[in-house]
Design a protein around this ligand. Structure first.
Ligand code: ADP
Ligand code: MG
Length: 348
């Protein structure tokens, strides 16, 4: 492996007066230019880890290395933080009384005029803010402010950018647009990025790699596809989207009704004692003759692009299934196939 930009080695942190550890034995590595999403529910330790990485907080144990050099905590420093690391907070923190261009120039104030002018032009172009450069922050939309804050953070080519819940103050439509815009800006910058977000959709759609924290520990890390399709735990499976978690032994007797079902049962029978994770879009409505399973549609909810049906099987088992809008009505018989190689077994 090439030498990482960032190495977090077994850090732990308990706040004074806090009961359990905010972080426990957490390690992670980041390559140059990589975008890593740090996700988990509220209180899982995301912000604490970001603050340790930024040198704004000292770990109780473990070490943070940036380019092989230890990142010092805040003790004894005149200016908190690390000179090669930028943090973008959710409230942007632009200077309110000066223009976008002045905000960027301020971030470049210690450099010579040639570099300053070049980076100002490059950042305005990257953020698509050329025509808005003379406006005050309050004269920009939320998304434009977000792009301006990011341009300011990237202006002098930091090694590492940390973003803590950068979309949480923005409405959902803007959030969807910004994932693409900010993702493109970050990819164009070449900067290593840690994006903290409690929204699984942000993590899955923007990151090259995702780290899931739970109660201060790394529960699982991997590519977005791995975490969505190959969750190791029930918690990870549910965190990243709706999941039917079915004990293999409960499913087996229901597969005896058809040839396809019996074939699948022979594949699954060595796996009794394990739990299957079936995403609702991995269960497909099928003609009765080819079905693995049969049941009755109990309820249908409209989600815009699809509907989620609850299908009651025998033995009290029910499955959530995503189907085209209008495909099923409650009360109707439902025949299902498990999509080829889409089923997955939890590790525990
Ligand atoms: P997240 O960003 O994932 O929501 P945090 O890192 O903010 O999580 O918090 C992790 C845990 O540490 C939580 O239990 C929180 O209550 C606690 N915590 C965070 N900051 C402090 C603090 N300054 N003092 C005491 N406890 C804190
Ligand atoms: Mg937080």
């Amino acid at each position: 492996m090439s030498h990482p930009l960032l190495a977090v080695e077994r850090v732990s942190k308990t706040y004074p007066g806090g009961g359990s550890a905010a972080l426990h034995d957490v390690s992670l590595h980041l390559a140059p230019g990589e975008l890593l999403a740090l996700t988990g529910e509220s209180g899982s330790g995301k912000t604490t880890l970001l603050r340790l990485v930024a040198g704004l907080e000292e770990p109780d144990a473990g070490t943070v290395f940036l380019n092989g050099r230890r990142v010092e905590g805040p003790a004894g420093k005149l200016i908190a933080g690390h000179p090669d690391i930028r943090v973008v907070f959710q409230d942007f923190r632009l200077f309110p009384n000066v223009s976008v261009a002045e905000n960027l120039r301020h971030a470049l104030r210690q450099y010579d005029a040639a570099y300053r002018d070049r980076r100002l032009r490059e950042m305005l172009a990257l953020a698509k803010l050329e025509s808005l450069k003379d406006r005050l922050p309050r004269q920009l939309s939320g998304g434009e402010q977000q792009r301006a804050a990011l341009a300011r953070a990237l202006a002098d080519e930091p090694a590492l950018l940390l973003m803590d819940e950068p979309f949480s103050n923005l409405d959902p439509a803007l959030r969807r647009d910004l994932r693409g815009e900010i993702g493109a800006m970050l990819a164009g910058s070449g900067c290593g990025v840690i994006l903290v977000t409690h929204e699984p959709a942000d993590a899955l759609s923007m990151a090259g790699r995702v780290v899931l924290l739970r109660a201060g520990r790394v529960l699982q890390s991997g590519s977005p596809r791995d975490l969505y399709r190959r969750p190791e735990t029930a918690y990870a499976a549910r965190f990243f989207g709706p999941a039917n978690l079915v004990p293999t032994g409960d499913l087996l007797p229901l597969l005896e009704g058809s040839a396809a079902g019996r074939l699948l049962a022979t594949q699954l029978s060595p796996l009794v004692g394990r739990t299957l994770c079936l995403r609702p879009e991995h269960l497909l409505p099928s003609p009765a003759a080819d079905a693995h399973l049969g049941g009755t549609v109990q309820a249908v909810s409209f989600y815009g692009a699809y509907e989620e049906a609850t299908v009651a099987l025998k033995a009290g088992l029910s499955l959530r299934v995503h189907v085209p809008v209008g495909h099923w009505q409650p009360g109707q018989p439902a025949w299902l196939r498990l999509r080829e190689s889409a089923w997955h077994l939890l590790a525990v």
